[in-house]
Design a protein around this ligand. Structure first.
Ligand code: NI
Length: 203
């Protein structure tokens, strides 16, 4: 097990369509997933896709931390989950805008349209086939991670780039934070720590 380097936006590995995994029970895939988990533990983050650690295969590892769940979202924390060859099917056309960050775009956040209800099918590291229906914030997280497997970064999904900002200046996010119940708690903390908040949002 090891902590791996994170590929940043601009590296070709992030633009490539990742290859399907033939055998999810291959020990090499278990090693990759373990390294991805170690890397997330070290950073304190929630999800990562294999291309982000320079490995162009269809593997995603994520967890749902209790302290990241938006206060308006009824969701239980989820232990580490490794997904091999995940496939997303939207369950309705309903799309919502949701604030996101990405380890491959350090220092930035943006508001991204995502399907609100999806089904995700994947293989486990033991080779079992799993299917799960998820919605809202959890669905956004999975769409974000699975997009990495197709060479898509969240700004490529954005329809209004005025909602792309530096974490050091979360002005637009701060304006909306009060009226956004499904805001990731880590983003809420970022807004609360913004020094310019009082001056610019007082009126
Ligand atoms: Ni990402």
């Amino acid at each position: 097990m090891a902590i791996r380097q994170i590929a940043k936006m601009g590296h070709p590995v992030l633009r490539k369509k990742a290859a399907p995994v033939d055998d999810p029970t291959d020990p090499d895939i278990a090693r990759l997933a373990a390294d991805m988990q170690d890397t997330l533990e070290w950073i304190g983050a929630a999800g990562i896709a294999a291309p982000q650690v320079y490995d162009s295969r269809r593997v995603v590892v994520y967890r749902i931390l209790a302290d990241r769940i938006p206060s308006g979202v009824a969701l239980e924390p989820l232990p580490w989950t490794a997904m091999v060859n995940p496939e997303i099917t939207p369950l309705s056309d309903e799309v919502g805008l949701i604030w996101e960050r990405c380890l491959s775009l350090p220092g930035l956040h943006g508001k991204v349209p995502r399907y609100k209800r999806i089904e995700i099918a994947y293989r486990t590291l033991e080779g079992e086939s799993h299917k799960r229906e998820v919605e809202d914030w959890h669905a956004m997280l999975l769409q974000h991670e699975c997009d990495h497997l197709d060479g898509i970064l969240y700004p490529m999904r954005m329809t209004d780039l005025s909602y792309l900002a530096f974490n050091a200046e979360p002005g637009v996010l701060a304006k909306e934070a009060e009226t956004t119940p499904d805001l990731d708690m880590a983003l809420r903390a970022m807004v609360e720590a913004w020094p310019a908040r009082e001056k610019w949002l007082a009126t």
